[in-house]
Design a protein around this ligand. Sequence first.
Ligand code: NAD
Length: 540
Amino acid sequence: MSAIGNIPAPVNEPILSYAPGTPERDALQSTIASMGAEVAEIPVVVNGTDHHVGEAKGVFSPQRHQHRLANLHGATPALLGEAIDGAVRAQREWSEWRFEDRAAVFLKAAELLAGPWRQRLNAATLLGQGKTPHQAEIDSACELIDFLRFNVHYAERLLHEQPMSSRNAWNRLDHRPLEGFVYAVTPFNFTAIGGNLPTAPALLGNVVLWKPSHTAALSNWLFHELLQEAGLPPGVIQFVPGNSVEVTEALLASPHFAGLHFTGSTAVFRSLWRTSAEHLDRYRAYPRIVGETGGKDFILAHPSADVAAFTTALLRGAYEYQGQKCSAASRCYVPRSLWPEVRDRMAAGIAEMQVGDPADFSVFVGAVIDERAWTKLDAVLAEARADSGVEIVAGGTSDRSEGWFIAPTFARVDDPHHRMMREEFFGPILTAYVYEDDQWADVLRLVDTTAEYALTGAVFAQDRAAVVEADRALRHAAGNYYVNDKCTGAVVGQQPFGGGRASGTNDKAGSILNLYRWISPRTVKEVGDPPTDWRYPYLG
Ligand code: NAD
């Protein structure tokens, strides 16, 4: 075909409601029942072949920790070697496909996910990662569909980015992929991030080795299956679950390692960066290191704030998905004059939230992801209960009898530098600090300097001067900043996502900025009528 095709304009995928009587509700419920009754065997997928190797490890449901959903096989060193070789081989062909052909694979994947695969991915995310129907829908359906469609749109724009030409010189940028493979390491908490980290580089002609999180393996593997159905050639995205330290050690030791696309905790990202730096001499090129990591996200109220809007943002921002969003509100600042009303509204809201198995559609808060998370959060609560400087307004309890449940907890601390205001716990725990109404400038400084992170943050105020002052004072405190809205729920194409400081390299997933990291442009200058005399005229 001789044509430069126009890519379809992307639109955000509409969110289905799952209200009683809707077809999506019935479809999701029956998929949860059938998927929950099976134990999937999740392979390592190398060069298009499933490998059921190594000792399989159980994948369990957070809300019912005795419920085995899958057995997950882990990549062996030999298989990882085959995966690297296969990826390098696959890149020759894949990177020379026309952009439209690569784009078509991912656009088809978006359609498959929007249609026949939607409830499989949602059910796997609900069962395996503990999301409610709404949280699963906005993640494993809508956000992942958006990533696929918008990345194609942004990649097309990027390819159109071309230098000027002059008389007798035609200049072009050849947007080459990186030479070697990209290592995608993905977190448990968003199926969409699991899908985006390998597909964004692949769209630009890269090949990727994808190590999913153990606890998200079911949904992530289904998405890998979907990609194959959409026409992704073998070897382009290799699915290599396994022991994260061993897989990482093997891949970062390869001279073909060309880039890291990571989302997860700050400590793990730093360790991967360090290891790649130690191996720098053996790489063929300087690797691209992209990582989005932790947060200690804030919501700040000015005395002029609308209290109902502020507390709604706190309740949704802190407790949806059990506070396990990197963007979740985990510290808030309340002026003394508003505290009594904030306290009462929070206690009432939390009392109404149903905690339990999200397969019951009346549940708002599910279980945290696994025993490790539960143990950490349980210890934080025990310490808070014993601390005279902490007032527990609501929650503060835990229950591990059936699932990994932590009650949505709202606490107030006397010390604004208390560990509960600084550390990321990654659970449904929100801590407040009450400040004096006339100390607005001081509280802005406090918000900016308390934690090492700078991911998301929100300010509630009706006084415009306060909004302006906060905007200035908090310019570097958050990569995603909200005015009179909660600090979670970024939408692809609308609020490009990522943070600075210890929160990551801020490469804004789901935007053109991220895609720039996965190309290594070649500049081509072609001259029609080259000079044939080396002497310049000034030489006389
Ligand atoms: P995690 O760091 O424990 O795991 C992330 C990935 O790294 C997983 O695939 C895991 O298997 C792997 N991993 C773990 N230890 C490793 C090691 N020693 N060597 C190599 N790989 C290793 O994070 P998580 O619990 O899956 O996710 C929660 C964290 O992710 C939170 O800190 C959260 O803030 C962050 N997060 C950030 C964003 C963002 O966009 N900034 C988005 C989602 C999650």
